[in-house]
Design a protein around this ligand. Structure first.
Ligand code: N01
Length: 587
């Protein structure tokens, strides 16, 4: 739907001058922004989406480093809102590689004719709430200045690259790449000496592929990571047919899981098992591979003693794979297993058996500087022709920080969040009326299967906006006390899990100077969904709605969302009490 010409509906005299007026502006055309646009169209709203890249896909548009692939099985890593879409798209591999996921995003854009409302190659630089008109004024790096009643941030949780400033970077005469902003034309490392900084998921996926091309590969490791084999393979067409025949059932089962994706997990305690039983259980789970390895026992992320057993099993796997004992020990993490995001790999540890690959420990002697020829650490220069920074992202809040977001009374989001993000349900933040966040901090987001988390948020936001328009409301925003309680709850729940104990990007610890706050909601996807349903059914409890005509409010059905996201907590899976009693493998 196109923008309303300014002269037609006529901006109020109080509204600042703009180029175009919309009902909604959406920032980002990844999976969040795309589905948001689709839903807003369904409500009849004029919508403009802004996207920095020149195509849809978000994280899968930017992260084109070699070996990039999803760590959620492809049959579940897709939209669930369209049964027809589910049926017509066929994934080829157990874990889809980045190009295939990007193709899927493009397919969705075509199928639902999304591109006509997306302004590509345009970065939103500012979003300012104009109190007089109760509209957001959105500005871009291309000089657009538009207004909208609603501003929806689909900016991604892992989208703002973390680029540590190493001294002498500008002196290095070769190229410096960041995995999160990989050149679209690809990079040929053949015959080159390559240095990789970082050993998180992006590094662990790319290192085996880079090693195949490079003449020499030096990996600079600050903290080793646990990684479980993916055992990726082509999908058996019969398996795909079976899933497709029962897709809605699989989706429903997935939603009832703490992670929002389905895999069998063991509800027994690791500490109740004998060492031999544990060994067998871990071997079987290792043989299945991937993130479900963490579901081997129920208490692995609750009890340190239980965690020690899986951590030692994983370390022994590293020791068995890596031939040089010194390198093997360097690769063995000594922190809580699964505390940082678990990595899923194909041949990562095996790569260190190649004669041209070496590991350099920078945990005690950090990277000092770059030189013309390479990288200096521990007083020694390592000569390389190209450097790959696999240094991750300013997670959860970094993408918000890149935009000047100004709410009521001139309050900036940056100021409000200086001691850590504050958002009610991770959906909205007090003082920023009519601004919604898709998978914002305080929601399951990165601890759930992202597309499920996105769909649940988008459906909730769309229903909410539909409701606001039906009752003629001017604004909605969280009540400060409800937001405070939610933020406190997010922190409290995180303390139940061992995940809160280490220095990960979940707590902002990868970026110097950031406050240490556990940002995603770790209480489990179904519990969170139920909370959102309750809030909605109670007339948006915890939100203040301004200017609504109450007679119209009463007649507004709030059904679509809660029906689609009805998660039966009492059946089989997980309840808040179970979390408190540590009886679920909280993700
Ligand atoms: O980033 P990371 P990532 N000097 O932050 C190191 C998702 N993802 O891009 O641990 C030296 O995990 C840093 O060291 P340390 C997934 O959720 C998913 O790999 O801070 N080293 C670390 O080793 C994932 O968790 C998929 O001590 C420095 C590395 O850089 C998230 O994205 C694939 C340094 C950064 O690791 C982020 O993963 C890829 C410095 N100055 C990503 N600064 C899949 O779906 C940082 N490091 C499979």
């Amino acid at each position: 739907m196109s923008a309303k010409p300014i002269t037609e509906s006529g901006p109020s005299a109080r509204e600042p001058e703009v180029d175009a007026r919309f009902d909604a502006v959406v920032v980002g055309a990844g999976f969040a922004g795309m589905y948001m646009l689709h839903c807003l169209r369904g409500l009849g709203l004029s919508t403009r989406v802004y996207e920095t890249g020149d195509d849809v896909g978000g994280t899968w548009y930017w992260n084109r480093y070699p070996g990039a692939r999803c760590d959620v099985e492809s049959m579940q890593y897709s939209y669930s809102f369209s049964e027809a879409l589910d049926q017509e798209w066929s994934w080829k591999e157990k874990y889809a590689p980045q190009p295939e996921i990007l193709d899927y995003a493009r397919h969705v854009a075509e199928r639902f004719d999304l591109r006509r409302d997306i302004r590509f190659e345009t970065r939103v630089t500012a979003a300012v709430f104009d109190e007089a008109s109760a509209r957001w004024i959105v500005e871009t790096d291309r000089g657009d200045r538009v207004s909208a009643q609603f501003c929806i941030m689909g900016v991604g949780c892992l989208s703002a690259p973390n680029r540590p400033r190493f001294e002498g970077m500008e002196d290095f005469r070769g190229p410096i790449y960041h995995t999160g902003e990989w050149p679209h034309e690809g990079v040929d490392f053949s015959g080159l000496r390559v240095g990789v900084i970082g050993t998180g998921s992006s590094a662990i996926q790319s290192i085996p592929i880079i090693a195949r091309q490079a003449a020499e590969l030096t990996v600079f490791q600050r903290t080793p990571n646990y990684s479980v084999p993916a055992w990726n393979a082509e999908l058996d067409p019969q398996y795909v047919r079976e899933i497709k025949a029962h897709y809605p059932e699989l989706r429903a089962k997935a939603r009832a899981r703490p992670t929002g994706f389905y895999f069998p997990f063991n509800t027994e305690s690791a500490l109740d098992a004998t060492p031999a039983e544990r060994e067998r259980q871990y071997e079987e789970a290792w043989a299945r591979g991937g993130l479900p390895f963490l579901g081997s026992y129920v208490d692995l992320l609750f009890e340190k003693d239980a965690n020690d057993t899986i951590a030692e099993f994983a370390r022994n796997k590293i020791r068995a794979i890596v031939e040089d004992p010194e390198t093997a020990e360097l690769l063995c993490p000594d922190n809580v297993f699964g505390c940082k995001r678990l990595c899923v790999d194909t041949g990562y540890f095996e790569t260190y058996n190649l004669p041209h690959v070496k590991l350099v420990d920078v945990s005690t002697k950090p990277v000092e500087r770059f030189t013309e020829k390479g990288i200096v650490t521990g007083g020694r220069e390592y000569e390389v022709d190209a450097i790959v920074c696999a240094t991750g992202f300013a997670a959860m809040t970094g993408s918000f920080d890149r935009i000047d977001i100004v709410g009521r009374g001139g309050l900036t989001l940056k100021e409000k969040w200086h001691a850590g993000p504050r958002a009610y349900l991770g959906l909205a933040s007090a003082g920023f009326p009519n601004m919604f966040m898709i998978t914002g901090p305080g929601s399951p987001s990165v601890l759930a299967s992202m597309i499920q988390a996105i769909e649940q948020h988008v459906d909730w936001i769309a229903d909410c906006i539909g409701h606001l328009r039906a009752c003629g409301a001017r604004t909605i925003e969280p009540v400060v006390s409800d937001e405070d309680r939610w933020v406190e709850h997010v922190t409290d729940v995180s303390k139940v899990s061992l995940r809160s104990t280490c220095s990960s990007w979940y707590v902002g610890a990868n970026i110097p100077g950031r406050p240490r706050v556990f940002m995603p909601y770790i209480g489990g996807f179904p519990v969170y969904v139920q909370k959102c349903n309750e809030v909605m059914l109670a007339g948006y409890r915890g939100f203040v709605i301004d200017g609504a005509d109450r007679t119209r409010t009463a007649n507004t059905p709030r059904i679509a969302f809660t029906e689609r996201w009805h998660v039966p907590l009492d059946v089989e899976i997980i309840s808040p009490a179970m979390i408190a009693e540590k009886r679920v493998p909280v993700v």
